[in-house]
Design a protein around this ligand. Sequence first.
Ligand code: BEZ
Length: 246
Amino acid sequence: MWRPLSREPEHGAKPDLMGQPEQRGSPGRSWCSGVTCVPAAPPHAVSCPLLSRWGILFSHPRDFTPVCTTELGQAAKLAPEFSKRNVKMIALSIDSVEDHLGWSKDINAYNGDQPEQTLPFPIIADAKRELAVQLGMLDPDERDKDGMPLTARVVFVFGPDKKLKLSILYPATTGRNFDEILRVVDSLQLTAYKKVATPVNWKPGDSVMVIPSLPDDEAKKLFPKGIFTKDLPSGKKYLRYTPQPE
Ligand code: BEZ
């Protein structure tokens, strides 16, 4: 389990529980610069669990809830795929470590595995919603029995430079598609290192598109497999495809 230490609100202001509207759904561009994470056990501090890896932080409304259980079950099954892509997985739910341990047993049993209290990734115990508020993760429409807001289903993907690369926000009532999240990671990792973009419904192995800012002569040198354009009524050659680079 990773326990976040406090991060000072900007300008020293205490955020209200829902956070500032403009902060919701976005932690800003940098992760870990102001958040220190320590493992609950063993008690040696590290500055950041992401280090030089990619990272995914995904929040959950509550422990022992049905949709979340199916999502975490699927996330556990896909953990080897995230690991292959050098992506550190971190979940967050607004309950205690004890609840997380008990819930993990249920999740493993749901997957048909031994009901052990460990999962292949840590779950941040954000029982006081401190991190959820700071990262704008609360869902204004879903509340618990005491009227307190629950966490929405937020996905943040961070690059090895610790900057936010992608954020997706689902309401608590809609479960995520973790195959889509893996597809998005594949696109992020490809486009981070090559001057390409991935078109609609792209999947690994499909052709990619040359980014608009790259001039034709440079593109020809960069992509020796060739560039294919589609004729358009405008006569502009902006639909430039190339086979996925290695
Ligand atoms: C669920 O995980 O099933 C859930 C949690 C909060 C609101 C709706 C559904």
